[in-house]
Ligand binder design. Structure first.
Ligand SMILES: NC(=O)c1ccc[n+]([C@@H]2O[C@H](COP(=O)([O-])OP(=O)(O)OC[C@H]3O[C@@H](n4cnc5c(N)ncnc54)[C@H](OP(=O)(O)O)[C@@H]3O)[C@@H](O)[C@H]2O)c1
Length: 237
C-alpha cells in the first residue's frame, strides 16, 4: 500500500507533536509545520530515529504566503497531500472587557483564518485526485460556554460552522472533513499553574492523537464527522 502524506500544522509542541509521532508510527509520511524550526528539527530526528518518515517546513499559518508556499513545497516533494490536520492554535484567557482588538486579531488570524487558508491550500490537490481528508482540531469551547474565552470560543465555533459547510460541498468528491473537539489536554497552551493543578485530570496529547488516527484509518466510504473527547471528570472550569 502506498504511504499517505499527512500535513500537521502546529506540530512543534503539544497535541500536534503527538499526532505527528502517532501518524508516523502508523506508517504515514508526516509533514510537520510550525514557526519554531528547532523544535520541528528535533521532532523529525526523533521520528527518523524510529525509522519512520518525516519532513519539517517552517510555516506561520497567519501568513497567506507562508501557507500557500508550504502546500506547494509538500506537493513538489511528495506529489500529493492526502490529509491536512489543522491543529495550530492559540488562546487568550481574558474577560471580554479585557480582551483587546490585538488579542482578537491574534486568535482569529491563527485559529480561524489560518485554518481557512490551510484548507484552501490543499483543496485543489485533493479535488484533482478526488480524495483527501481534513481533520480540524477544534475544542469543546466550540459549543460549550466558558467564561474568559469569548474570542477563543468564537474562533473555534467559526471554524466548526465553516467545516460543516465545507463538508457538504465536498460530499460526492471523496474528501472527508472531520472535527475533533478535545476537552482540557495537558499541553503548553495552559499556564504552568493550571497545568500543575489539573495535570492528573487532564487528557494527554496521545488521547487526541489516537482519535485522529482512528478517524483517518476508516474505510473509504466511512466518514467520522465529529469526535468529542473529555476527561472523565468533565471540564476543568
Ligand atoms: N490543550 C488543550 O486543552 C486543548 C483543548 C482543546 C483544543 N485544543 C486545541 O489543540 C490545538 C493544539 O494546541 P495544544 O494544546 O497542543 O497547544 P500548544 O502546545 O501550545 O501547541 C500549539 C501549536 O500551534 C503552533 N502555532 C501557534 N501559532 C502558530 C502560527 N501562527 N503558525 C503556525 N503554528 C502556530 C505552535 O507552534 P509555534 O509556536 O512553533 O508556531 C504549537 O505547535 C489548538 O488548536 C488548540 O486550540 C487544545
Amino acid at each position: 500500500m502506498t504511504k499517505k502524506v499527512v500535513w500537521i500544522t502546529g506540530a512543534s509542541t503539544g497535541i500536534g507533536r503527538e499526532i505527528a509521532k502517532t501518524f508516523a508510527k502508523a506508517g504515514n509520511i508526516v509533514v510537520v509545520s510550525a514557526r519554531r524550526k528547532s523544535r520541528l528539527v528535533s521532532l523529525v530526528s526523533e521520528i527518523k530515529f524510529a525509522e519512520r518518515e518525516a519532513v519539517a517546513f517552517v510555516c506561520d499559518v497567519s501568513s497567506e504566503r507562508s501557507v500557500m508556499n508550504t502546500a506547494k513545497r509538500i506537493k513538489e516533494k511528495f506529489g500529493t497531500i492526502d490529509c491536512l490536520i489543522n491543529n495550530a492554535g492559540v488562546t487568550v484567557f481574558k474577560s471580554f472587557l479585557d480582551t483587546k482588538i490585538v488579542d482578537y486579531d491574534y486568535v482569529m488570524d491563527i485559529n480561524l483564518r489560518g485554518s481557512f487558508m490551510c484548507m484552501k491550500s490543499v483543496l485543489p490537490i485533493m479535488l484533482k485526485k478526488n480524495s483527501g481528508h481534513i481533520i480540524n482540531i477544534l475544542s469543546v469551547a466550540a459549543n460549550t460556554i466558558f467564561e474568559n474565552s469569548s474570542v477563543y470560543s468564537a474562533s473555534k465555533s467559526g471554524l466548526l460552522s465553516m467545516s460543516n459547510s465545507l463538508r457538504l460541498e465536498l460530499r460526492g468528491k471523496n474528501i472527508k472533513v472531520t472535527n475533533i473537539f478535545p476537552g482540557a489536554v495537558e499541553t503548553p497552551i495552559w499556564d504552568s499553574k493550571t497545568r500543575q493543578k489539573y495535570k492528573n485530570r487532564m487528557l494527554s496529547p496521545i488521547d487526541i492523537a489516537n482519535s485522529a488516527l482512528y478517524t483517518f484509518n476508516q474505510p473509504k466510504k466511512v466518514l467520522i464527522e465529529d469526535i468529542i473527547i473529555r476527561p472523565i471528570k468533565g471540564d476543568i472550569v
